[in-house]
Design a protein around this ligand. Structure first.
Ligand SMILES: [Zn+2]
Length: 297
């Protein structure tokens, strides 16, 4: 194992062990509702680091929040809960907002991330679905089949953000059914990653290759906590899905699916794994270490 890989794994371990410090205490269960998010966002508005905007409302008139921070050249767009009942990553994003407000041994990392990258975060893209605890938007539409038709205001917002910001990287954050296993291992897939395909032939172009490289690093980081429980999501091209189209539109897309973990019905352990995976991925993007650590993917 090369030195840089060891350093990356130690770094992930250190984040894993420190997660409790950054945990957003107002969220203790995965079904926490829209108002809890609103309170968290309200607090962010008074922190100079964050710029909060609300351009679009959901079908039922709820604000959808965009949180911007960092001053770097590399733009990264992250969104969670496109499916209303998939809240695990939203919890981790709330923890990440807290992480960026603290001062401690991770200061060099924060500095690096904020200098090299600009982050655009949409936590809870489907607030109506989150309130009703359903996959669908208030129009009864699966937003992830709306990337081309753009019938939903929420899906339209996501496309608008991708097209106007032109982020180099995108994180598409979901939950999946808990019954899936990690490859042939028979273990529950606790986290699954996918470098989403951009065409039916599943070709690898430079945009998708970067997805694979970032994912390789996140996978390595997580293996030490959940050995053989990291899965690879099937990569069939879905022409109407956002991930597939965003990859096609030129943003390197990383899909994270939160699955199941024994004894964790509220997905609090998986929340922590999301926190570690996302920050590990962002670190490799900020430092561009994904390029040299993981060349053979
Ligand atoms: Zn989903």
């Amino acid at each position: 194992m090369s030195n840089t890989i060891v350093v990356a794994q130690d770094f992930a371990k250190s984040l894993y062990e420190s997660h409790e410090t950054y945990k957003e205490k107002t969220i203790t269960k995965r079904r926490f509702g829209y108002q809890t998010l609103v309170s968290i966002i309200e607090k962010l508005k008074s922190v100079p680091l964050f710029e909060v905007s609300t351009g679009t409302k959901s079908t039922q008139g709820r604000d959808i929040f965009l949180v911007k921070f960092g001053k770097g050249k590399t733009k990264v767009l992250l969104w969670s809960q496109m499916h209303g009942d998939e809240a695990t990553a939203t919890m981790a994003l709330a923890d990440i907002f807290n992480f960026f407000q603290k001062k401690d041994k991770f200061d060099p990392l924060r500095k690096e991330l904020l200098e090299k990258c600009t982050f655009y975060v949409v936590p809870m893209l489907n607030p109506d679905g989150a309130e009703a605890w359903t996959r669908y938007t208030a129009l009864g539409i699966d937003m992830n089949r709306d990337a081309l038709a753009l019938v939903t205001p929420e899906g339209t917002l996501l496309k608008h953000l991708q097209q106007s910001l032109k982020p180099e990287f995108g994180f598409n954050l979901h939950d999946m059914e808990r019954r899936y296993s990690a490859g042939e291992t028979g273990n529950l897939a606790t986290i699954s990653f996918l470098a989403t395909a951009f065409n039916k032939a599943q070709d690898i172009n430079p945009v998708r290759k970067k997805s694979m490289q970032v994912i390789a690093g996140m996978n390595r980081a997580l293996q030490q906590f959940i050995p053989n429980s990291v899965g690879k999501w099937p990569s069939d091209f879905e022409p109407r899905a956002f991930g597939d189209n965003i990859q096609k539109w030129g943003t390197t897309l990383i899909l994270i699916e939160s699955g199941g973990y024994k004894g964790d019905p509220e997905k609090q352990h998986i929340r922590k794994l999301n926190f570690v995976a996302i920050l590990t991925g962002l670190e490799s993007i900020a430092n561009k270490t994904y390029q040299r650590r993981y060349q053979n993917v």
